[in-house]
Design a protein. Sequence first.
Length: 304
Amino acid sequence: MDNFLKWLMSGNHLAYASSLLTFFCLALFGLGSFIYKKYLVRKGEFFISPTFNTKNITYMGIMIACSVSVTVVISLVAPITVFPPIRVAFEGIMIKITGMIFGPIIGLIVGLITELLTMLFIPSFIHPAYFLVAIGFGFWAGMASFTFKLKSKQQWITITIITLFIIAATAFLYNTLQYLTPDENGNVKLFGIAVKKELIPMLFIIMMGILLSICYIMCGIFVLLKKQKWLEIILPIFLICIVTEILITVLTAAWGDAGLLTSNTDDGYISMVALRVVQIPLKIIFNTALLATVYSVLRPLIKK
């Protein structure tokens, strides 16, 4: 185990492992869907997968067009969106919404096509990490979207999943970050500044604690205000934001940012991870509010 954790903390291996986890879960999902269609559907029943019917394919085109056009228009008004991390953040809004509504496969496809088309209209720094980020946004948003089916009295399941995910991610990354390679003084470099090696794992624990506290406080406020319907929307979106932020933005996107912003990608990757860890609570609150607003507007229109 020690050798494995040391391997994760060398180079960009943590980003590779995160991407591998996404594709492993995709393979499991594909296998499960195949078994369902092959063996769990009644014999003689004409089965058409709801994933790729005509209506959903039409919506796929609409979502791709919206995501690409919005990103391109914004880039004309604010050229800073040519910067890949900002561009992917704008793209991610519609990609996550697509995964939330139509499931992980359509979310994945929309994410990949959106990134490819955006790169054609907004030439910028090309890195495989950003393609993986777009794919991961759609896939994990779709995987976590099952929690929208839970009613208000069942939202304890969503809260439990959020809690367990945060605890598991905190425990794994805390132990992994212990294997950072320090210099002779016991320091590691972040953006060229020497800091104590122990600071980075503790920083991650603090941010995860803040995140979990925000979740419980938010649930308490909605319960006191008797806004159960909003709780059914906010909690699943909060879960989606947590999963995509930790697995995709922090671990995978930092790989692309290191290649873009630093000359030493090994040290640069850890620096980008640390920077994104600090931003986690603020970004998740902002993304949850934004996605909840967009979802509340689009969901009724698509259902009609």
